[in-house]
Design a protein around this ligand. Sequence first.
Ligand SMILES: [Zn+2]
Ligand SMILES: [Zn+2]
Length: 129
Amino acid sequence: MNLKSCSKCKKLFSSVGGSLICRECIKLEEEEFQRVRVYLRENRGADINIVSDETGVPTKKILKYLREGRLEISEGMADILKCEKCGVSIKSGKYCRNCSEKVSKDLSSILIQKEESNNSGAKMHIRRN
Ligand SMILES: [Zn+2]
Ligand SMILES: [Zn+2]
């Protein structure tokens, strides 16, 4: 058994899959997320500060949901989230559409380079037709 101290409530719990918080805290976090989600669904265009007041979830956390792409920004929150590359305002995630395309291209070119360097000198070759 892999006992860890929960990074939120400090209680000891058995960690499954490297989780840093205990099951109760995971449940609480999930409930907070659902509260925000439901509130936003019913109050389109709400300001992030109002959402935070009404749900009791800190704005920081709401921003985190947006960054993770779990929530879409509402109209009242325009300009809160910005592309980390070019600074254009976006609705969810980290980058705007242009930059995320570039980022995924960069990533796939890195992967291809890696694959090629792995293959060089190897005895078995995958033949590309
Ligand atoms: Zn906990
Ligand atoms: Zn961008």
